[in-house]
Design a protein around this ligand. Structure first.
Ligand code: FDA
Ligand code: NAP
Length: 449
């Protein structure tokens, strides 16, 4: 390799959240790594250190998923990276079991993820945002195969460098969604930035706060405000009549099993539509039963005491937000016509959800080579690889953004252990013929040299 030539890896991962962390472990544990030359992998993460939705690590928030759906267990139940191994390592296994609870707090799960990450830290670079993925220059297209070239920007200095990859795995996560026309600022927050914004604000100044949305984030932030700001009026602005419960009953929960991915992927349009029609309420715009009951109890206790500071504005939407300085006027529309037309608040949080991952922006020109279906979505193989025109022979894999092909678990933790294993298998399967071709070509070169 000449000095000016960028390093080349078998796999480059964009983003190092739980999904690509699970992939890094999968690659390391892959049996082929013992038998042949190890797969070379590098991951780039734009955050300065590992963090999983840090701004929503509210003190008592619990996971929405069993601790057994960790980074590895469903792929390799004897992995040293399991949540049970973590508990054992922390000398907390017995205490955890005594709780008789499947759901750890998000804070504990974050500790687990950090613990696993600290054992894989040699493959990841932090403060490194991937800004583009391109086809590598023609001279690199040798018999060992094509390369993709990634631009990686240092988030502190702004300087860029390049790396080459035989396969890229894009796992950049959900994108915060704001209502059209509403812009974030120091008093208008999205839930994804909640704790950071809250921590930077003088809490004495928060006398009137509002939370928009009827999902898990909205419910958790509303309860947090009510508890932490005893001097404040807390307004919950809901498009729905009431918070709806997240269905986690066992038959419905099967849609998150890895077997359901096959049913979705190989099913017909009617079947796929049924997944969404009947089971959207397992995850989107829904709240844990206990959290709903907690908020209702708050409202009820205030009725009993005759002092109301939790204001529940249902069937209500935000039309616009105006103002500068320390307060904002929020214009409202309520479909029963009884609520206020506007509110003056010191802070408003839009817990209005997320859009799914879309790799198109990173792919830029390369996206022209990625085939799309009739509804304009990327075509994706069962093993999560974008279907491309023949000119692109490298693998571009997705972890996330495959709701249209692989179903409801695409953006969740439910299936990451199995999915990462499937992607690792696919990459390693694809590597074998390339290696043979490369070894053959070298042999020819050596013999003739
Ligand atoms: P994730 O978003 O975690 O990671 C993507 C990473 O890519 C980020 O670290 C980001 O900084 C990085 N990145 C983005 N662009 C980049 C670029 N250009 N270059 C470099 N790095 C880049 N699901 C579930 O199953 N159970 C649960 O309990 C929860 N709980 C939960 C709580 C909250 C508050 C939210 C918002 C979501 C959940 N989820 C969830 C769903 C959530 O999507 C899931 O837990 C994981 O975060 C998915 O992991 P990923 O690695 O795919 O994305
Ligand atoms: P969400 O489930 O998508 O909910 C968004 C809410 O905002 C919905 O009620 C939605 O209503 C409403 N909304 C959207 N646009 C709106 C608008 N313009 N005006 C008013 N309301 C609007 O998002 P979320 O609550 O952030 O949850 C996202 C994911 O994170 C889920 O998977 C959830 O389980 C997870 N999560 C987990 C935890 C935890 O583990 N403890 C905590 C928080 C979140 P409509 O349905 O009508 O669009």
């Amino acid at each position: 390799m000449s000095l000016r030539e960028p390093e080349t890896y078998d796999v480059v991962g964009v983003g190092f959240g739980p999904a690509n962390l699970s992939l890094a472990i999968s690659l390391e544990e892959h049996p082929a790594n013992v038998l042949t030359a190890p797969v070379t992998a590098a991951f780039f993460e734009r955050q300065p250190s590992f963090g999983w939705h840090r701004n929503m690590l509210l003190p008592s928030a619990t996971m929405q998923i069993s601790f057994l759906k960790d980074l590895v267990t469903f792929r390799n139940p004897v992995s040293r990276f399991s949540f049970v191994s973590f508990l054992h390592d922390q000398d907390r296994l017995a205490q955890f079991v005594n709780r008789k609870e499947f759901f750890p707090t998000r804070r504990e799960f974050h500790q687990y993820l950090e613990w696993a990450e600290s054992r894989m830290s040699d493959v990841v670079s932090y403060g490194s945002a991937v800004t583009a993925i391109r086809q590598a220059p023609v001279h690199l297209r040798d018999v060992a195969g094509d390369h993709l070239r990634l631009e990686v920007q240092d988030t502190l200095s702004g300087t860029s460098r390049q790396v080459n990859a035989r396969n890229v795995v894009v796992s950049t996560g959900l994108r915060p969604r704001m209502p059209q026309g509403v812009r974030r600022d120091e008093r208008v927050w999205h839930s994804s930035e909640f704790l950071e914004r809250y921590g930077r604000t003088d809490t004495d100044s928060l006398r009137n706060v509002a939370v928009v949305g009827a999902g898990q984030s909205a419910a958790e932030i509303t309860a947090f405000f009510h508890e932490r700001l005893p001097h404040a009026q807390v307004h919950a602005i809901l498009p729905a009549y009431g918070y709806s419960v997240a269905d986690d009953t066992p038959f419905a929960n099967q849609i998150f099993d890895s077997a359901a991915v096959d049913d979705y992927y190989f099913g017909d349009d009617t079947g796929r539509e049924a997944f969404w029609r009947y089971h959207r309420n397992t995850n989107y715009g829904v709240v844990d039963d206990a959290d709903i009951r907690h908020l209702y109890q708050i409202a009820y206790d205030e009725d009993v005491a005759g002092t109301r500071r939790f204001h529940y504005l249902n069937l209500t939407k935000v039309r616009s937000v105006e103002g500068t300085g320390a307060t904002r006027r929020v214009h409202l529309t309520s479909s029963h016509g009884r609520g206020p037309q506007w509110l003056d608040v010191d802070a408003i949080v839009f817990a209005t959800g997320y859009d799914t991952m879309d790799p198109a922006e990173l792919l830029g020109d390369l996206d022209r080579h990625c085939l799309r279906d009739e509804s304009g979505h990327h075509r994706v193989t069962r093993d999560y690889r974008l279907v491309t025109t023949p000119e692109v022979t490298c693998g571009i894999y997705l972890q996330g953004g495959t709701e249209h092909t692989h179903g409801l678990s695409s953006s969740l933790l439910s299936n990451i252990a199995v999915r990462s294993g499937e992607i690792a298998d696919s990459i390693i399967r694809d590597r074998a013929p390339r290696e043979l071709a490369h070894a053959g070509a070298l042999g020819v070169a050596e013999r003739s040299g």
